[in-house]
Each structure stands twice: as C-alpha cells, then as structure tokens.
Design a binder for this molecule. Structure first.
Ligand code: ADP
Ligand code: MG
Length: 726
C-alpha cells in the first residue's frame, strides 16, 4: 500500500514535469514571444571558459587517460572539475573512549605484542596483535595481509582504520599503516570505472594548476559574501583534496546552497513566465453575489477557507491561467471552496467542471452542489461511466451547446466526445488519484481554462516547495470549529475481543462502525485477512443483533451504491470495506473505524481513512490493529495515535522513511542533487527560495551584471539543456 500511495505522489511530481513539456509552455514561447531576448546576449558577457576547454588540452594528459575520462562522460575541464567524490573516507584520529560500537574509526597505537599469523584456509590468512591506545589495550585483527606479517614489531606506532567492536575490545582493520598518522586525513571517494583514484586525482591537479585562473564563479559575489561561502576557486581544491573536516563542511554549504538556489530559480522562473504568458480572458462577475452566497452558507468559513477562497477568486480575475493546488486535510472543507469558485466562474458566464476519482464521490459532490444551488437556475449534471445510452448522449449534447453550467463526474469526463461550449474552470478533486495524462486531457478541453486541484494528501512543506514549484499552493490547515480529534489506538490482534465489545457499545449508542481491510481477495502469501473473511467473522459475532455490510472494489457500481445507501441510512450498522471508502464518503453517524493490518497502509492513507470518522461533533475513535514485527513499524503507526494533523503526519512519515522511500524510488522525478538533501537541508532550501524569489521578482537577475552568470545558467538550462523537459 505504501508503494501505491507513494506512486500517487510520484504521479503528482511527474505531472509537474510533464506539464513543462507541453509544448506551449516552454518552447513555443521562446520562439514566438522571444521572451528571453533580454538574456540572449548574455553569452557574450559571460562564458564559462572551462566548459570550452577539452581535456585533451591538459598538459601531460595521456591518450589512455583521455579514453578513461571519456568513459566517465568527462570531455571538458569543467566536466572534470565537477566530477565530485560521492563521499569521503574520514581518517580523522578518534578517541576510542567516545567511539560507538561498530563505528568505523581511525586510531594510532603502539604495538605491544608480536603479531600472530596463520592461514585458516588455503588462501585466507589472519593476522592479530595488540596495541596500546591511550590507556586501552586493543586487539587488532587483519585478514589477508600476508605481506605485513614480518613488518610489525613491538614498540612500533601504527595507524589502524577499521570497525571498532567495542565489546570484544578489538578493531577489524581495513587499513593498516606502519607509521603514526601525522594529521587528520580525509580521502575523497569517487565512483570510477577501471580507473585508479590516484591517477584521476593527478589529472585534476594538473587541470587546476593549468586553469585555476580561468575559474569563474557562477554564484554571484553578493550571495557569496552574504553567506560567507567559499569561492569556486577554493571549492574545487577543497572538494577534491580536503585536508580537514572544516573544508568539507565549507564545500557542503556552498554546493548545497548553489544547487538549491539554481533549482528554485528554474522553478520560479518557469512559474513567473507561465503567469505572464499563459494568458486568458480575465473573469468578471458580480462580487456582491459571491459574498451573498458565502453568507448564506449554513456555516461560517474558517479563516483558512476564506484565505484560500480569496486566492482563487483573485486568480480568476487575472489575465493568466490559474494553476493552483489546494492542500487540506480530510474534512477541512475543500469542497465548499471549490463550489464558491464554480459559482464565481458561472457568474462570469463560463461552464465549470468538477472531476472526482470515484462515482460515490462524484455523486456526493453532485448532492452538495444541488444543495448549495437549491434555489437558483444553475443547471448541474453528472457524467459517470454508468450513465450510458440516450441519457449520456443528451448530456453530451447539452454540454456542447452550453446548456449545462456545471458538470460533475468521474473519468468519464475525459473520454472522447465530451466537449464543452466554453469551459472556464476545471477542478480536480483528490488529484493524486488521476494519472498525468488524464488530468491534462481534461484541462485541454477548455481553452484558457483555469485549473484548480484539490489534494487531501498534504505534501510536506519541504516537498511542496519543490514538487509544486510551478503551481501556486494554498493550504487549509485549520479544521472547522467543533471537530473533535479522533482518538486513535494501536493494538495487537489478540485484543480483538475487546474491539468486538467496543463495537457493541458504539452501536448500542446508535452510532456506526467501519472496519477496513487491506485486500479484497485472499492471498496466501501475504497472509492478510481479507474483507470477505472479516465480513463473515463479524457477521458471526453479531448474528442477528446487528447488520453487517460489505463493500469492495470488485462489486458493481449498483451494488456499491446500494450498500452505501444502506449504511448512510443506518440500515447497516457495521460496514466492512476495503479502501474504496477512502475518499470522500461522508456518513456523519459513523464514529468508530477499525483498521485491520494497519501496517499495510502508508501513514497518509491511514490518516485519510481515519478522516471518514470524526465528521460530526460526536467523539470518534480509530483502532489500528497490527501485529507489527519491527520497532520501526510501531514507531510509524504510533505517530497516528499522537498526531492528528495531516501536514505533520506527512512530515513525520517523510522523516522516518526518507524522501527516496517516500517517493518510491530514485526515479521519482524529483531533482537529484549532488549534495543537497530535501529533508535535512530544508533550512537551506528556504533561504535559497527566498533569494531566488528576490532575484526573479526584482528582475535583478536579468539586469545586474553581477548576476549574469546565473542568468546565463538559466538560459542554458531552459534552452539547450532538456533536463527539465524530459
Ligand atoms: P474535504 O476537505 O475532506 O473535501 P469536505 O469539503 O467534504 O472536506 O467537508 C467536510 C464537511 O465539513 C462537510 O460536511 C462540509 O459541509 C463541512 N464543512 C466545510 N466547511 C465547514 C465550516 N467552515 N464549518 C463547518 N462545517 C464545514
Ligand atoms: Mg473532499
């Protein structure tokens, strides 16, 4: 389940990048509007000369080495200098008293016993001796070092690098030098194919000797000064030949900042251009009517809802297309915001459309819309795949004629033959449930149409900055008043009898229960309880006392519909279901959710599921049942028992799993940085974002010669380099 969930998020990100590719966004703009004419002459002012010098020109470089370097895609001096080590071997001499068990250490010690050497297999040998390090006697074990057997003697000082096995008081040596290490030493480790590091570093030294004077800083001086970063000239020396940890720290600071700044510049630049060049007819409507509509709502909007509504209404009135995502927890009230937007769009005399991932949800939206537009003459229709034949044709015809004002639906909306008269606003609910192309197809049905995405899977702030870099992000963090926190517990399955009692109690108070299971069909391999089993089990528990219903993805829509209706009207007391209830379903009277095998779900998904209860002013509960085996799993699930805010949950999930896992794989479409890391370097990311924003907003990057290197960089990235578009 984690994987599925991550892949939704992954889709979001892929979507983002595919959007860049859609031709109108980038390329044509260059050609037709000549946007970057401002920067196109920069090339003359700034040129990274090292990029033009071939490695063949390095003095003393051999043919063999040139071939080697070509194998590593190194063609120019710039390529060479930027071929960074992927990590450092740290030989800083360490105080053993402070070392952890199994930590890799480098120590200097005096040999106090003659070594013992023997072969334990034909070609496998073992060498042991003891050393005195400060006041500690440590045994040193070295494998297959035949050549050292006669060279180690008492009283010698040796340097040992290896794994410190604290309990055994021994170090398994990976590296053994027959002299004390004079100063701390750090070695760069490169990823090299059939090429020895020493030779590789020799070429780098040669190149630095010969061309150091040509190194120019891509990072503008004002920024280098502002953050006291090291200049490029030092960077290359420090990165390839660091002599202490401080230099590495300096390298990291500089490289991370530069990477994140450039990335943010790209994103912001694209965004600012989109605003300027994806033009549309601004929408205009009677604002008083919208205000009146909001006043007539049966509840008061929360502050966040008001803020987000204003963001959207502002966008509608602009002359560029809205491209906004509203992130908000389950139950935070995104629908009403969407409805207000649809109303303003309608008043501007455009058609609107609202697409949801399931029929149940689409129907719920239809109901909400009809309720809100009770006494008006708005024409609202629904289109799903269950609507066929004449009804469908009729809807399609009226949609194309402009007789329908708002259409709600599922994927059916993106099928062929669905044409609008003048689509002005597209809203996609639970947007992560749709594929990249599906979303795009819908957006393309209206020319110059505004786009609004709703997401109940809050992406951590760190990633929102990056993943939605080109979209405007609005967040609803505040829940409507009166909502109680869903009390959440984590239990093992042997306590199930207690759960049964609890269910009994809840239903005796006239409330209802969800039981969620992860899979539909029995799978021996995974040993999961499936919905059918659970259904039978609970039916047996409660016999004729309570009604138990079953809902799963293999049922037909009619069947699902029937069950949901029965649950909504409390004819069914307990609904056993797979995750099909995950999105949207709104049964206020349900106050307990039991989730079986909770560890099979991702945190964000569990949180979404949990959002099906706690939708009224009654106290609600969620019981996570899991026979987890690892502490890590427990830790993860326990987050849900402590935290109720989706934003915080996804941050925690991200922290625990790391961005790689969070997104499923390295090919997630997330940018790959040499050194920066989106989780741990968030502080730098924020600073870089602010700087990038300033540079773009003030236009300084295009006008101030001090920034021309960055301007040139942007130009290269956006024109020559297809990285962003592929
Ligand atoms: P979601 O953000 O998960 O889509 P919904 O839009 O379905 O949430 O809203 C959940 C419930 O909260 C709905 O019944 C809705 O009518 C109600 N609601 C929305 N906004 C408010 C508010 N400001 N005050 C009280 N109830 C609200
Ligand atoms: Mg919703």
């Amino acid at each position: 389940m984690d994987i599925i969930e991550s892949s939704y998020i992954l889709l979001d990100i892929v979507f983002l990048f595919v959007k860049y590719c859609s031709s109108t966004n980038i390329y044509n703009l260059y050609v037709y509007y000549g946007i970057i004419s401002v920067i196109s002459h920069v090339k003359d002012d700034y040129m990274d000369k090292l990029k033009t010098i071939k490695i063949e020109e390095i003095k003393g470089i051999t043919k063999v080495m040139i071939n080697h370097l070509h194998n590593h895609n190194i063609y120019t001096v710039s390529d060479l200098l930027f071929y960074f080590p992927y990590r450092y071997e740290n030989y800083e001499v360490i105080n053993l008293n402070r070392a952890e068990n199994n930590e890799k250490v480098t120590v200097v010690g005096e040999v106090i016993t003659e070594p013992v050497f023997y072969y334990y297999r034909a070609n496998r040998s073992r060498l042991t001796f003891s050393v005195l390090i400060n006041d500690l006697v440590i045994k040193v074990v070295a494998f297959n070092r035949d050549f050292l057997r006669n060279k180690i003697h008492k009283k010698m000082h040796v340097t040992i690098t290896g794994k410190f096995e604290k309990a055994k008081g021994q170090i398994v040596a990976q590296k053994l030098t027959l002299k004390p290490l004079e100063s701390d030493k750090i070695e760069a480790v490169y990823s090299l194919k059939n090429l020895h590091k020493t030779y590789f570093q020799n070429v780098i030294r040669k190149a630095l000797d010969q061309y150091a004077h040509l190194i120019e800083d891509e990072l503008p001086l004002p920024l280098i000064k502002k953050y006291r970063l090291i200049p490029s000239r030092d960077l290359f020396t420090f990165v390839h030949f660091p002599v202490n940890n401080e230099q590495i720290r300096q390298v990291m600071r500089r490289v991370k900042y530069e990477e994140l700044l450039k990335f943010q510049l790209k994103m912001l630049y694209l965004k600012s251009r989109e605003h300027k060049y994806l033009l549309k007819q601004p929408k205009s409507y009677d604002e008083k009517l919208v205000t009146k509509f909001i006043e007539k709502l049966p509840f008061q909007l929360t502050n966040d809802q008001i803020k987000v509504t204003n963001d959207i209404l502002f966008d509608l009135k602009q002359n560029y297309q809205m491209n906004r995502i509203v992130q908000g927890d389950v139950g935070s009230g995104k629908t009403v915001v969407a409805i207000i937007a649809l109303y303003a769009n309608y008043l501007s005399k455009y058609q609107g459309c609202l697409m949801a991932p399931t029929e149940i949800l689409a129907e719920q939206h239809l109901k909400s819309l009809k309720e809100r537009f009770d006494n008006s003459d708005l024409v609202i229709e629904i289109l799903t795949s269950s609507i066929t034949g004449k009804t469908r044709l009729d809807i399609l015809k009226r949609l194309e004629n402009g007789e329908i004002d708002i259409i709600v639906g599922t994927h059916a909306l993106i099928s062929e033959g669905v044409n609008f008269n003048n689509l002005g606003l597209t809203i996609i609910d639970e947007q992560h449930r749709f594929g990249v192309n599906q979303r795009k197809v819908l957006l393309d049905k209206g020319k110059n149409c505004d786009a609004l995405f709703l997401s109940a899977t809050p992406i951590p702030r760190t990633l929102a900055l990056t993943a939605f870099g080109d979209m405007d992000v609005s967040s609803i963090k505040e829940m409507p008043k009166g909502r109680k926190i869903v009390k959440t517990y984590l239990i093992k399955s042997r306590l199930e009898q207690r759960v049964v009692q609890f269910i009994d109690q809840i239903i005796s108070e006239k409330q209802q229960v969800y039981i969620i299971t992860p899979l539909i069909e029995e799978s021996e391999k995974m040993d999961l309880e499936n919905a059918l089993d659970v259904y039978e089990k609970y039916k047996a528990y409660f016999k004729d006392k309570y009604q138990v219903g079953l809902l799963h993805g293999k049922m037909t829509n009619d069947e699902k519909e029937k069950v949901m209706k029965a649950f909504a009207s409390n004819e069914i007391n307990i609904l056993v279901s797979t995750t099909v209830v995950e999105v949207g379903v709104n049964v206020l009277n349900a106050t307990l959710m039991v989730i079986i095998d909770a560890h099979r779900f991702g945190l964000a998904q569990l949180h979404q599921l949990r959002g099906r209860v706690g939708r009224s002013d009654k106290q609600s509960f969620c019981i996570l049942v899991s026979d987890y085996e690892q502490d890590k799993t427990k830790e993860r699930l326990e987050i849900l028992t402590k935290v109720n805010n989706g934003f915080e949950i996804s941050e925690a999930d991200l922290r625990l799993r790391g961005p790689g896992d969070f997104f499923g794989s390295r090919q997630s479409g997330l940018p790959e940085f040499k050194m920066a890391d989106l989780v741990n370097d968030f502080a730098i990311l924020e600073v870089a974002r602010d700087d990038a924003e300033m540079l773009i907003k003030t236009n300084e990057i295009f006008t101030n010669p001090e920034y021309f290197a960055l301007k040139y960089y942007l130009e290269q990235e956006l024109i020559d380099n297809n990285e962003l578009f592929n």
